[in-house]
Design a protein around this ligand. Structure first.
Ligand code: FAD
Length: 705
């Protein structure tokens, strides 16, 4: 069935491929595994095609390639976007990036120093008085107790450039249509200028059609693939082609983004009031300025935009410059407006993440679009890619059946719904300060709606515009020095209200450690834990405020971080994180145990059962702080198996907890970790009964065998 009519013609050349792959009629686990192992055997079908070379598509292609999976990316633009857009990389995304060789080091080297971006500043103009400021970095954000890495402030287009560099280093080439012919299978390529226009699922592959312009004509190209990932952004073509609806709140706010450069402004702010976000309120203009890089003088101004009375075409470079000067409080001699873009804020999640029997998958903004408050958009997408990569690799390598992909939606969709709520709460918190200053943005939106719904039908558009501008400038008059000062009773009570908002942490937040690191899958590729009444444990609802991360070894949580040293290298200084024990290039599970007889017995059974199912498992034996040798015991206890590592705890001076204390377990317990660092199963004390039987049940539940 052709999903898009315009190019649904079948190609004869695929018929022979289709006929060669016989449908397995038998049912159950063996049939699924045989079918899945075919994915890597047919050279005429690309195992994974990714549509969209945004951060999510690029991260997914690096992760898959590192796991040994052939893939390619198609991107409709001829060049990578230079619009800065996302800039806050949260803790968990940085942990994922630690798995990509040298990426975090490059981000840390290239990002501005934290002193230049740790604050949000609220002011009447960039050169005028400061209403208040909020520092979003706390001591624990730097001490590496809960994570081996900190957050980063780095523009999306710069991140994309580093990801492309990573891809080139692992053999990818970037090309347009040169040298393409109908037999071309673009393995390890990013095809630029290729707009995906149709997808046609057949029994054994997805036939994807892209269109590109060659010598002024539209030419079509077909790419057969086993799995198609739509990482094609908020307006996803793939989502629309397969008919998946978005659910939630549409069109919350229309905005215009102005990307501009000014060394003069950068230098001024660097010395006078360094910050990441500047909320500027004055009678002439209101806007939010994102300082992407003060040293380089790179900024994006976000302004609300009210069509149809305001037209996007009215935001010319000249108009934008004049607005920027009003917000700065003076003219800038070196301003260079690079780009002006309209965008719409939504809070929506796709009703489904999967289509065509799990062979078409949505990731990133294609699956969810949030208000950009708290930096959840790109970060949630990067974590979608991390969840998806090992599952796709497990299917293509014949370790898991295709049904495991259902757990991708089961795990990631609740996180997207939760992050939607959190982003809305945080967006509402962003409105608290202007509301306290007497310019509630909700009122502006209501006024706009009233004009649209009432006078909009009878008044000419120029008069509607004048009316709207008049009402808005009356509103902004609340911000004049005459009103907003401590000697004016109204101004002083408004300023006191704003101070209370800051003191109580009720303004827009940047960091959500409990959610960034502590998000947990409740059901999916794991053995869930249930509460004392037998019900699955529910997440705590978001509060919109910063909450600290509390380490947890509950199934579905990310493995807690602790510094350890390999016992064989204990005299050397090499300290690693428990997160580094998980393989970067294999679909391998990690079993963490203490060096006691019952746990060695468990490990032997796990290794045997895993081997029977062709599943890789490494055993990590966690020795208590201070031990200097003991690896001989593991060698004899686990013989003949050799896939193990002995590590010793390195306790932090400020935190003397043992590994098992951090995990809130006894040392008689054990933890099985998935290839994406999330806990698949754990036992709080020793396994009772038939261990082999138990472990068979565990792997069947986790991998859907
Ligand atoms: C102003 C603003 C600030 C933001 N700040 C943050 C932040 O600080 N932190 C954060 O985490 N998020 C932030 N976000 C959100 C973030 O930018 C997005 O979540 C992120 O870009 C999503 O990445 P993606 O790869 O899923 O999609 P995109 O970046 O949109 O990439 C999709 C790609 O697919 C391509 N494409 C589309 N259709 C087709 C087709 N038919 N064929 C081929 N290619 C196609 C597009 O050209 C594009 O290159 C912000 C967003 C905005 C608007």
């Amino acid at each position: 069935m052709g999903v898009l009519g315009s190019s649904s013609r079948r190609l004869n050349r695929f018929v022979h491929i289709k006929n060669r792959i016989h449908r397995k009629i038998s049912c159950g686990y063996i049939q699924n595994r045989e079918l899945s192992s075919n994915y890597s055997k047919n050279d005429s079908i690309l195992p994974v095609l990714i549509v969209g070379a945004g951060p999510v598509g690029l991260v997914l292609s690096v992760l898959l390639t590192k796991l040994g999976i052939k893939c390619a990316v198609v991107e409709r633009s001829m060049a990578f976007s230079r619009h800065p857009q996302a800039h806050f990389i949260n803790n968990r995304s940085m942990e994922v990036f630690r798995k990509l060789d040298g990426l975090t080091e490059e981000i840390q080297r290239s990002q501005p120093p934290v002193e230049l971006w740790r604050k949000f500043i609220y002011c009447t103009s960039l050169t005028g008085s400061v209403i208040g400021s909020v520092d979003h970095m706390q001591t624990q954000d730097f001490d590496q107790i809960v994570s081996p890495i900190s957050v980063a402030h780095f523009s999306q287009y710069k991140l994309n450039a580093l990801l492309i560099k990573q891809l080139e280093a692992i053999g990818f080439t970037i090309r347009g249509h040169e040298g393409l012919n109908h037999r071309h299978l673009p393995e390890r390529e990013i095809l630029m200028g290729h707009n995906c226009i149709s997808v046609e699922p057949t029994d054994n592959f997805i036939n994807v059609t892209t269109s590109f312009v060659k010598e002024g004509k539209h030419v079509e190209n077909q790419i057969p693939c086993s799995f198609l990932v739509g990482a094609d952004g908020a307006g996803s073509t793939i989502r629309n082609l397969v008919g998946i609806e978005m659910r939630g709140e549409k069109d919350i706010q229309r905005l215009v983004s102005v990307h501009f450069l000014s060394q003069e402004l950068g230098q001024y702010l660097m010395h006078e009031k360094p910050g990441m976000l500047f909320f500027i309120f004055n009678p002439g203009a209101i806007g939010v300025l994102v300082a992407h890089d003060l040293k380089q003088g790179e900024f994006v101004l976000q302004m609300p935009f009210y069509p149809p009375q305001q037209k996007f075409e009215d935001f010319t470079a000249e108009t934008c410059k004049r607005l920027i000067f009003k917000l700065v409080g003076r003219d800038l001699a070196d301003i260079n407006v690079v780009d002006i873009k309209p965008w719409v804020m939504h809070a929506e999640v796709a009703e489904k993440y999967l289509a065509s029997e799990n062979r078409i998958i949505l990731a990133g903004d294609a699956a969810h679009r949030f208000p950009p408050a708290g930096g959840f958009g790109m970060n949630t997408g990067i974590q979608d890619a991390h969840n998806l990569a090992w599952k796709l690799a497990a299917i293509i390598k014949g370790i898991a059946p295709i049904s495991i992909l259902s757990t991708y939606e089961m795990e990631r969709k609740p996180i997207a719904l939760f992050n939607t709520d959190l982003s809305i709460q945080n967006f509402q918190a962003a409105m608290a300060v202007p509301a306290a200053l007497g310019i509630d943005p909700a009122t502006a939106n209501s006024v706009h709606q009233i004009i649209n719904n009432t006078v909009g039908t009878i008044l000419p558009s120029t008069i509607q515009k004048t009316l709207l501008d008049g009402i808005f400038s009356l509103g902004r008059a609340q911000l004049s020095d005459f009103v907003l000062n401590e000697n004016n009773p109204l101004g002083s009570s408004r300023l006191a209200k704003v101070r209370r908002i800051f003191e109580e942490g009720k303004s827009l937040q940047l960091q959500f450690p409990a959610e960034d690191l502590g998000f947990r899958y409740r059901e999916g590729a794991l053995v869930p834990e249930i509460d004392s009444e037998g019900a699955p444990i529910k997440p705590e609802p978001p509060t919109g405020r910063r909450r600290e991360y509390i380490p947890s070894a509950d199934p579905g949580s990310r493995l807690p971080h602790m510094n350890v040293k390999a016992l064989s290298e204990v005299k050397k200084e090499a300290i690693i994180s428990t997160l580094d024990l998980i393989s970067r290039d294999k679909v391998e599970f990690l079993l963490i145990i203490a060096p006691i007889d019952s746990s060695y017995r468990l490990a032997l059974n796990v290794l045997k059962v895993a081997n029977e199912h062709n599943i890789l498992v490494k055993v990590c034996v966690m020795w208590p702080n201070g031990i200097v040798n003991g690896d001989a015991r593991t060698k004899t206890s686990l013989a003949p198996w050799e896939n193990y590592i002995d590590v010793v705890e390195v306790r932090q001076p400020s935190n003397s907890s043992s590994w098992w204390d951090i995990c809130k377990m006894t040392h008689r317990g054990a933890i099985l970790v998935r290839p994406d660092d999330h806990i698949a199963w754990r036992v709080k004390s020793a396994v009772v009964g038939d261990i082999r039987f138990e472990m068979n049940k565990v792997f069947s539940a986790v991998l859907g065998l």
